[in-house]
Design a protein around this ligand. Sequence first.
Ligand SMILES: [Zn+2]
Length: 229
Amino acid sequence: MALSYNIGHKNIAKIGDRTFKFRPWTTKDEKDYLIATEAEEDITDIMLFDILIRPCLEEQEVTLSVNEQKMLLIEIRKKSLGGTFPMKYTCGECKKVNDLDVKFDNIISFSPDNFSTVTIDDVTFVFGEIPSENLKARLDGIESNTEFSFVDFCLHIREIEIGGELNDTFTFEELYEFVESLPTHIFNGAFVQFQEMKSTLKFELKTYCLMCNEENIINMDSIPNFLWE
Ligand SMILES: [Zn+2]
């Protein structure tokens, strides 16, 4: 008899207005991740996606923003290993160490991408999600923050109207040069509004010290050690 275990894509994650069907992690996923951490000091977002997210998805050809990817990783983690993770913190008041189990749902504040249209003078930008993984890969390896933000801005432009004329067919290079040629006030105005349309993801724990009962608010850049522990 052939041995097989049918795990199925029975779970659904809703991230903004997108829905993803997924299965929980298998032993292979966990092992692949642990092997990667043995070999690499830093696991990049792309590695995390390939090891712990893509294999779980029913529809694997998806393009996710960094925040959507984090949210999806947490949803898969919740179904695979449970909805809480352990952490320690030192109370700001009595300086005692608290040991507690934290619920993911209690610390996450997420607002999804909300792209629309921006007009500055006679230029209208129509923003949207980056349309493909291929295009998104242009962000890989950019070391300068300024250049990264610039390329990211360009990648989210789906259409441009210049003086009433619509342009929706252009190569990335053409678009890049066009945006570089704009007067700074048009670019800066559009850039500020574009940033406001992007998703935000924050982790903040509000808790009461088990020893002195003082309220502690802990801001986390990311969730500590939440994958397996
Ligand atoms: Zn305390």
